[in-house]
Ligand binder design. Structure first.
Ligand SMILES: [Cu+2]
Length: 332
């Protein structure tokens, strides 16, 4: 818990950092910065255009040829998260890997589906402070992602009510609906003090765990259903808006002390067995632990981020600078 005397300083630091985002400049190799905005900062037309492009990925034929059973690009993206589910969570490269997955998603929207915008994020703190998850406009059936699941759990309205997922923990040939199960009690985890608590942590290995615990878990748990499953969650299009929100929080943390945090990395490569048991996952598949590029069980700058070849492999070092060539983005 935060000490009372430091609360004011922390709040002002937070505000300064938030303002600082607007002036961050693109670096070498990044010529057209992706300006990532809150869903609520998009115009109605921009919202509809994002939804059109997101639906396009669901209807687009697979591009890798290496994901068995994939019927579309959405399945390929879904599979790479499921297949590595016991390897990219509760580890030091949790934040970098998901940052690269968001970039891959953004690139596919742009290259395959003619989308001209950037990946938007879900302002979860704003919605939490405004009230109930059931009221949040991001779940609008027209200018949003549709709402809660019905009696069978399946989403009843909106642009993704007909989404059929084919990838699951068990199989590449599954058929199940996009489910949700809103539960307001978990929205509390999205509160401001949980974010501020992480923002003042100085070591990366403590910071990623702090962000993972509440700011990250909140969005998954409050939506529930597919999003509530740590591995299958990326089947819900809301996943990318939630993770962009988390990525923005990490970027704010990095920017608060660029000299030390722009290249800060660490943490284990393999999740602790106690946590794997807790979330019902097995240890990493032996075929996965060899490609990481690290010498031992600590995540380094050389750690390789692999997404089934949907996008080329990069290293952790390549994605730490949000304004660098690989990610080339800013959060507003
Ligand atoms: Cu994940």
């Amino acid at each position: 818990m935060m000490a009372r005397w430091s609360q004011l300083a922390i709040v002002s630091l937070f505000i300064v950092s938030t303002l600082g985002l607007a002036v961050s400049q693109p670096r070498d190799g990044c010529t057209s910065l992706n300006r990532r905005k809150s869903w609520y900062a998009l115009s109605k037309l921009e919202q509809l255009e994002y939804i059109r492009a997101a639906r396009c990925l669901i209807n687009h034929p697979p591009i890798t040829g290496s994901v068995e059973g994939a019927k579309n690009v959405w399945d390929e993206l879904h599979r790479t998260h499921i297949w590595q589910g016991n390897y990219i969570h509760y580890v030091g490269h949790f934040l970098p890997w998901h940052r690269y997955l968001i970039r891959a998603h953004e690139l596919l929207l742009q290259r395959l589906c003619g989308y001209n915008g950037a990946q938007p994020y879900w302002d979860e703190l704003g919605d939490y402070e405004s009230g109930s998850i059931h009221e949040a406009a991001i779940f609008d059936p027209v200018f949003g992602f549709g709402g809660d699941g019905g009696e069978d759990g399946c989403v009843q309205d909106g642009p993704f009510r007909d989404l059929t997922l084919h990838m699951s923990r068990e199989s590449n040939h599954d058929n199940y609906c996009l489910s949700r199960s809103f539960d307001q009690q978990w929205f509390t985890w999205a509160n401001r003090s949980n974010i501020e608590e992480c923002f003042v942590v100085t070591e990366y290995n403590d910071a990623w765990q702090c962000y993972n615990e509440f700011p990250h878990s909140a969005g998954h748990a409050v939506i529930g259903g597919v999003m509530g499953d740590p591995v299958e969650s990326s089947g819900d299009p809301m996943f990318y808006l939630h993770h962009a929100y988390l990525d923005r929080l990490w970027w704010q943390w990095q920017q608060a002390d660029e000299a030390n945090r722009l290249t800060a990395i660490g943490g284990a490569n393999v999740p602790p067995q106690s946590i794997l048991n807790l979330v019902g996952l097995h240890g990493p598949d032996p075929s996965l632990v060899d490609y990481n590029g690290d010498e031992g069980d600590t995540t380094t700058l050389r750690h390789i981020l692999w997404l089934h070849g949907i996008v080329p492999n990069v290293t952790v070092a390549d994605v730490l600078d949000l304004g660098g060539e690989v990610i080339c983005a800013t959060y507003e």
